[in-house]
Ligand binder design. Structure first.
Ligand code: OSB
Ligand code: MG
Length: 385
């Protein structure tokens, strides 16, 4: 497989509803879409970096810079036997997993389309439907929260996740549990608490939660281990799991009993598969996280979720909760039983609406091997490749 052309676009799509986490509220989704061309076929990858460095240290601007100046010269016009070889080829670049992943995942799509196979099959997936859960942001009132949860349960979703932060936690969980005694329920704090909050967080133990996601800081394995020993409720790590090695250390330390996999956070599909397999070997169940992706990134997440250890419902919901219209047509839909069908066409298997991409584009850049020829002959870069 050879990548002949790399296109970057910065897109802006309005969200159907604002989304609020412990680090703030957003009304629009700004993200980079990568398109790779090779052998007369295109592959797409959605970058999960955001405008602000609040979920992670990356932003759209850092990802753009890293892809243009450092990733593109290492992948354009290079013969790769398999897309799993891309991530190792980017080893000289420290961090910037979201930038790397956007290109790496597009390469998997390109490879799968060239092979005429659904991405799920190329990734080693084993199911044709995945279980869907929803992530419900912080609301203006408990009544709004209760109404939203009711609507999602009616729509069939298999588990409800609510975002929490100091001041929006015990009452929010109490409100949902009082009305829905049996619903599979979990919370996500997005790193909003500290080790001093352990006694407070332990009060969540009485609500029979499936897990509490990322209660403490984004690089804090040690304190998560201490907290997990104090809680009956399982801790799930999201932000903290930036590499497979960190996951190994977190598991060994007892810092979590569950792991959320987002390919953007760990550098793409190949690293996600390694993380998935590590968790399988240690008896740690995984589920697929979400980053408010458009239908393109959402489809990628669905394909990865077909691997066997994705045994808990993920944050992969219907397009219409996020964008109307989505960048794909038909959009991703959730059946009444709370499952999503895995697209069966080649690659991502969804029909991308180029007209909608064009309308959402704020900025664009195209790189070919001739454009980066000068970069490749740069002695500084040569020394690193
Ligand atoms: O922590 O899982 C998270 C969205 C943006 C950034 C971080 C997170 C989220 C979500 C939304 O929870 C999941 C989704 O519905 O895509
Ligand atoms: Mg999370």
């Amino acid at each position: 497989m050879k990548i002949e052309r790399l296109e970057l676009r910065l897109l802006k799509l309005p969200l159907v509803h604002f989304f609020e986490t412990s680090f703030g509220r957003i009304h629009d989704k700004h993200f980079i879409l990568v398109r790779l061309d090779g052998g007369g076929v295109s592959g797409f990858g959605e970058c999960v970096a955001e405008q602000d460095p609040y979920y992670s240290s990356e932003t759209n601007d850092t990802a753009w810079h890293i892809i243009e100046s450092f990733v593109a010269p290492r992948v354009l016009d290079v013969e790769f036997a398999h897309p799993r070889d891309l991530f190792p080829a980017l080893k000289a670049i420290r961090g910037h997993n979201m930038a790397k992943a956007a290109v790496e995942m597009a390469a998997w799509d390109l490879f799968a389309r060239q092979s005429g196979a659904p991405l799920a099959r190329v990734l080693g997936g084993t199911r044709d439907r995945i279980a869907s859960g929803v992530s419900i942001g912080i609301q203006d009132s408990l009544a709004d929260l209760s109404a939203k949860v009711a609507r999602e349960i009616d729509a069939g979703y298999r588990r409800i996740k609510i975002k929490i932060k100091p001041g929006w936690d015990l009452d929010a969980v109490e409100t949902v549990r009082a009305r829905f005694a049996a619903v599979p329920l979990m919370v996500d704090a997005n790193a909003a608490y500290t080790r001093d909050d352990a006694d407070h967080l332990a009060q969540l133990d009485r609500y029979d939660l499936m897990m509490i996601e990322q209660p403490l800081d984004y690089d804090d394995i040690g304190d998560h281990a201490t907290l997990q020993r104090r809680l009956k409720t399982a801790v799930c790590l999201d932000e903290s799991i930036k590499t497979v090695n960190i996951a190994r250390e977190a598991i060994a330390a007892g810092a979590c009993r569950i792991i959320n996999i987002k390919p953007g956070r760990v550098g793409g599909f190949a690293e996600s598969i390694r993380l998935h397999d590590l968790c399988t070997a240690h008896g740690i169940p995984v589920w697929h996280g979400g980053m408010l992706e458009s239908g393109i990134g959402r489809a990628a997440n669905i394909h990865l979720s077909t691997l066997p250890n994705f045994s808990l419902p993920g944050d992969i919901a219907a397009s219409k909760r996020y964008f109307d219209p989505d960048l794909i047509d038909p959009p991703i839909e959730v059946a009444a039983d709370g499952t999503i069908a895995v697209p069966q066409g080649p690659g991502l298997g969804v029909a991308i609406r180029q007209d909608r991409i064009d309308r959402a584009t704020l900025r664009q850049s195209v790189l070919t091997s001739s454009d980066i020829g000068s970069l490749k002959s740069d002695p500084d870069l040569k020394a690193q490749v």
